[in-house]
Design a protein around this ligand. Structure first.
Ligand SMILES: Nc1ncnc2c1ncn2[C@@H]1O[C@H](COP(=O)(O)OP(=O)(O)OP(=O)(O)O)[C@@H](O)[C@H]1O
Length: 379
């Protein structure tokens, strides 16, 4: 575990970067520091590997004050990934990745074998190793940066805006990759970003910082999105925070209703095959029996986002719940999906507190607008 114990940094010119921070970064989890520019995120990160020395308080790594550890040795046990990868331009990719093993005195063959293994781990083809960094795309360079940070198998990874220089699609791929790696490697990761979307996607815990490294809120992503500590945090999270939470929550929280008698939903009828698998929606008022596609979701495996997409795409404004065999088991309205989003963890949709109800009403208003929109398009 990394512990910031009253850690502070005042620069010689009098600027206070961080003031008296207490924070625990648990082992084997991803902790994300997020906050506006200049709030002290990078300073905090660099206190861990002694690139910045605190002027007050301490930083403890597994109980030892890092100030007592020799910086070069400390840094070999801590992977560090920065924006734009920071690769050595004159070295081939394979040798970039093998930097720390070389420093540790590994023989060349063993170090390169390890580097090749890591390139594969981060999803790069073996021939990438022979290239120079400038011959790689931004996303590939970031992967090399991650591989290099992992080379000596450090228990701790510090990541300072590692994906912010690449476009959103590549960035989403890199985030996915980091989560996959983490599910195998279980590093203690301290990750800095400006981007709240990235923070809630990656963080087991998210620390929202204000100026001088003051903690505005420390919470898991779901709590952060559904129960921001105050107006300042809510404003930072943005207006669509509720919708962001959709991709984080399981669809099993949705109150699914049994299939209606006659499979009728407003002017629409759900058509099932003999096995009760959906075939399509029929518009009962239309002259032809054209089938409209059915969008379904699996309550046990899918997220609220999948369920909401299914409900929004449905001409009848309901998502069809499916079992493992693809058979229809019930339906969920858009409102039911949004109500599930508003419910606090462990409560039912009906047990939501006043704030959640406000969120649900908000959702219901959006739902109504979307339903009107959908009805307009459907007819
Ligand atoms: N060497 C320095 N001398 C004086 N002030 C500094 C120095 N380094 C950083 N600061 C100040 O300390 C504060 C925190 O800086 P830091 O880089 O940690 O912020 P940050 O949250 O990482 O910002 P960003 O998101 O823009 O990278 C800022 O106000 C910055 O201007």
């Amino acid at each position: 575990m990394i512990r910031f114990d009253g850690a502070g940094k005042r620069h010689p010119d009098g600027t206070i970067a961080v003031e008296g921070l207490d924070l625990d970064v648990p082992t084997g989890r991803i902790t994300v520091l997020v906050g506006p520019s200049g709030c002290g995120k990078t300073t905090l990160l660099r206190m861990v590997n002694r690139m910045v020395e605190p002027t007050s308080g301490r930083v403890l790594l597994d109980g030892t004050d890092v100030a007592e550890l020799e910086p070069a040795k400390l840094r070999r046990g801590i992977g560090y990934v920065i924006q734009q990868a920071g690769l050595f331009p004159h070295r081939r990719v394979i040798d970039n990745v093998a930097t720390v093993p070389y420093l540790l005195g590994w023989d060349r063959k063993k170090a390169r074998a390890r580097a090749a293994e890591l390139l594969e781990l981060v999803g790069l083809a073996p021939e990438t190793g022979k290239r120079y960094p400038f011959q790689l795309s931004g996303g590939q360079q970031q992967r090399v940066g991650v591989a290099r940070a992992l080379a000596a198998d450090p228990p701790v990874l510090l990541m300072d805006e590692p994906f912010s220089a690449v476009d959103p699609v590549v960035r989403a791929g890199l985030q996915e990759e980091l989560l996959r790696l983490q599910s195998e490697l279980h590093k203690t990761v301290l990750f800095v970003t400006h981007d709240i979307e990235e923070a809630v996607r990656l963080g087991d815990q998210v620390v929202v910082l204000r100026e001088h490294g003051r903690i505005a809120q420390l919470a898991d992503p779901h709590t952060l999105l559904t129960a921001p500590a105050d107006h300042g945090v809510a404003a930072f999270l943005g207006r669509d925070r509720g919708l962001r939470g959709l991709g984080l929550r399981p669809a099993r929280d949705i109150a699914v209703r049994p299939l209606s008698a006659g499979l009728r939903y407003g002017g629409w009828e759900l058509v099932l095959d003999d096995e009760r698998r959906p075939i399509g929606w029929i518009d009962r008022d239309a002259a032809t029996a054209a089938l409209h596609p059915v969008a379904g979701f699996h309550p046990e495996n899918d997220t609220l986002r999948t369920a909401l997409d299914a409900a929004v795409l449905s001409p009848a404004a309901v998502a069809v719940a499916l079992d493992g065999e693809g058979r229809a088991t019930g339906t969920a309205s858009r409102e039911a999906v949004l109500t599930a989003l508003g419910a606090a963890p462990g409560t039912t949709a009906h047990g939501a507190d006043a704030k959640d109800e406000a969120g649900a009403k908000d959702g219901a208003a959006k739902d109504e607008a979307a339903a009107k929109d959908g009805a307009g398009r459907g007819r």
